[in-house]
Ligand binder design. Structure first.
Ligand code: NAP
Length: 463
C-alpha cells in the first residue's frame, strides 16, 4: 500500500514517481498501457521496492491508503477521461492532482466538478522537464489548502531546493498553479526566442559554433547566468554523429509548440495586458512552420545588406535588458490574473520558486523576488530601483543591437518588441491623443482633455 499514486508513466510521470520513491515514499504506479509500468519497474533498480505497480485502475486505487491521493500525469487532452474513470473508484475526501500542463480554465472547471462530488482537487504546474521531474522540479500548486495539506511533505521533499528552500508552494485557489505554470512557459518561450535571436545575429556575423559556445558559456558566468544560456552553450558544442557537422546545422528550423505560450498571450489579451515579447516568440514559432513561404520570400526579397556586427558586450547587455522586460511583462500579467480571479498571488514567492528546478531559472530571479517583495512601483518591474539602474545601463546596448539587426535585415521580433514596449512605457505623453481624436471623428466616442476635468468632450468636427 502507498499514500500516493501516479497514473501516467510517460516521460514526466515515470520521472516523478522515481523522484517520490527516491525520497523514501512508497508510490503506486499505473499506466493505461501496462508495458510502460513494467518498463519503469524494470529500470528502477533499488527503488523497485518502493514502487507498488498496478495494471488496472481498480488495482491502482486499491493499492492506496485512505484518504487516497492520485496524481495524474497524462497528456492534457486525456485528463477529463482519466478523471471520469477514476471518480467512481474514489470516495469523498480522496484527492485528485492534475500535474500536467493543463489550461487553467480547464482546471477551474475540473476543480468545481471534482469538489462537487466531495473529492479534493489540485491543479499543479511542474517545470524542469524530465531531469527536473526526476531530481527536483519547481512545483506550482493551485487548489485549496485542505487539498494540499495531505501531500505537502511529499511535494516539498521532491521539489528542487534553492539554498535549502523548496521550490514548491501553494499559490492560490483553483487554476492559480496552472496559470503560473502557463506564464512560466510563456516567459520560457520569450527567453528561448531572445537567445535564438542573439545566436542568429552572431551567426550572421560569421562566428563559428565553437566561438559562440564559448561566448554563451562566458555569459553564463555573469549576470545572464541561467539554465537556458547554459544549455545553449552546451548545445552549440555538440556535433551530429552521422555527418560530423554542428548539430544545430542539421536541425530543421521549424519549432514545435504545445500551447502554453499561446495560452499566455490569449489570457494576456483577454485581461487587457500586453505580453509582447512572449507574443513575438509565439509568432516566431508559427512563422518557422512556413518553410516554403520563407524560401519563396527569400528569393523575392534577397538579403542584400552586410552582416549584423555588434559587440559581444552589447549583445550580453541587450539580452539582460530584454530578459528584465520579459519577466516584467510576466509579473504584470500574473498580478492582473490574481486580481481577476481573487488568487492573492504572492509574486515574490512565485519568483522564489522559479529560482531552481525550472527551465527559466536564472540568477535574476533572486533580485526579482526582492524587488517584488518591496512592492513594484506601478506594478512594473522596470520601475523597481534596482532594475531602473540596470535598464539605464543596458538599454543603449539593446538599441544598438536592434538597430544593427534592422539595418542588416536580420529578424529580431522579440528584441524589437521588448524595446518598443520599453519606449512606449517610458513616455509620459504618447501618441494616443491622435487615436482618441480619430475615434471621436468617426464614431463620436468622446475624449478627456488635458486642461479640464470630466470626459465625453468632442472635437469641433462634431458641430
Ligand atoms: P508522454 O511521455 O507523451 O506521456 C503521455 C502519457 O499520457 C502516457 O503515460 C500515456 O499513456 C498517457 N495517456 C495519453 N492519453 C491517455 C488516455 N486517453 N488515457 C490514459 N492515459 C493516457 O508525456 P509527458 O511528456 O510525460 O507529459 C505529460 C504531461 O506533463 C503533459 O501535460 C505535458 O504537457 C506535461 N509536461 C511535460 C514536460 C516535458 O518536458 N515533457 C514538462 C512539464 C510538463 P500510454 O502510454 O498508454 O499512451
Amino acid at each position: 500500500m502507498a499514500r500516493i499514486g501516479v497514473t501516467g508513466m510517460g516521460t514526466m510521470g515515470a520521472a516523478l514517481a522515481l523522484n517520490i520513491a527516491d525520497n523514501a515514499f512508497d508510490i503506486a504506479v499505473h499506466n493505461r498501457s501496462p508495458e510502460k509500468t513494467r518498463a519503469v519497474l524494470a529500470g528502477a533498480g533499488e527503488l523497485t521496492e518502493r514502487l507498488v505497480p498496478a495494471e488496472s485502475l481498480e488495482e491502482f486505487v486499491g493499492s492506496l491508503t485512505k484518504p487516497r491521493a492520485v496524481l495524474i500525469m497524462v497528456n492534457a487532452n486525456a485528463v477529463d477521461a482519466v478523471i471520469e474513470d477514476l471518480m467512481p473508484l474514489l470516495e469523498p475526501g480522496d484527492l485528485i492532482v492534475d500535474a500536467g500542463n493543463a489550461n487553467f480554465n480547464d482546471t477551474r472547471r475540473r476543480a468545481n466538478s471534482v469538489e462537487d462530488a466531495g473529492l479534493l482537487f489540485l491543479g499543479v504546474g511542474v517545470s524542469g522537464g524530465e531531469e527536473g521531474a526526476r531530481f527536483g522540479p519547481s512545483i506550482m500548486v493551485g487548489g485549496t489548502p485542505e487539498a494540499y495539506a495531505p501531500i505537502k511533505d511529499i511535494i516539498e521533499a521532491i521539489a528542487a531546493k534553492f539554498e535549502g528552500d523548496p521550490c514548491a508552494d501553494f499559490l492560490g485557489t483553483d487554476g492559480a498553479g496552472h496559470f503560473v505554470k502557463t506564464v512560466h512557459n510563456g516567459i520560457e518561450y520569450a527567453d528561448m526566442q531572445l537567445i535564438a535571436e542573439a545566436y542568429g545575429l552572431l551567426r550572421a556575423d560569421g562566428r563559428d559554433m565553437g566561438e559562440m559556445a564559448a561566448l554563451f558559456g562566458q555569459w553564463n558566468e555573469g549576470s545572464l547566468q541561467s539554465y537556458l544560456i547554459e544549455i545553449t552553450s552546451e548545445i552549440l558544442k555538440v556535433r551530429d554523429r552521422d555527418t560530423g557537422k554542428p548539430i544545430v546545422d542539421v536541425i530543421l528550423d521549424q519549432a514545435g509548440q504545445k500551447g502554453t505560450g499561446r495560452w499566455t498571450v490569449i489570457e494576456a489579451l483577454k485581461m487587457g495586458q500586453s505580453a509582447t515579447a512572449i507574443e513575438s516568440a509565439v509568432a516566431a514559432r508559427s512563422w518557422s512552420a512556413l518553410s516554403e513561404t520563407r524560401e519563396a520570400a527569400e528569393a523575392a526579397f534577397p538579403v542584400t545588406g552586410g552582416v549584423a556586427s555588434v559587440s559581444d558586450s552589447d549583445m550580453e547587455a541587450a539580452l539582460l535588458a530584454t530578459r528584465i522586460l520579459t519577466y516584467g511583462q510576466g509579473m504584470a500579467l500574473l498580478a492582473a490574473a490574481s486580481d481577476e480571479f481573487d488568487w492573492s498571488l504572492d509574486l515574490a514567492r512565485v519568483a522564489e520558486i522559479w529560482r531552481a528546478g525550472c527551465i527559466i531559472r536564472s540568477s535574476l530571479l533572486d533580485d526579482i523576488s526582492s524587488a517584488v517583495r518591496d512592492e513594484l512601483p506601478h506594478g512594473q518591474l522596470m520601475l523597481a530601483p534596482a532594475f531602473v539602474a540596470r535598464l539605464n545601463e543596458t538599454i543603449p546596448a539593446l538599441r544598438r543591437v536592434v538597430t544593427a539587426a534592422m539595418v542588416n535585415g536580420q529578424s529580431v521580433p522579440a528584441m524589437a518588441a521588448s524595446l518598443s514596449f520599453f519606449d512606449t512605457l517610458r513616455r509620459a505623453r504618447g501618441t494616443t491623443d491622435l487615436i482618441q481624436a480619430q475615434r471621436d471623428f468617426f464614431g463620436r466616442h468622446g475624449f478627456k482633455r488635458v486642461d479640464r476635468d470630466g470626459d465625453g468632450f468632442h472635437g469641433p468636427w462634431a458641430d
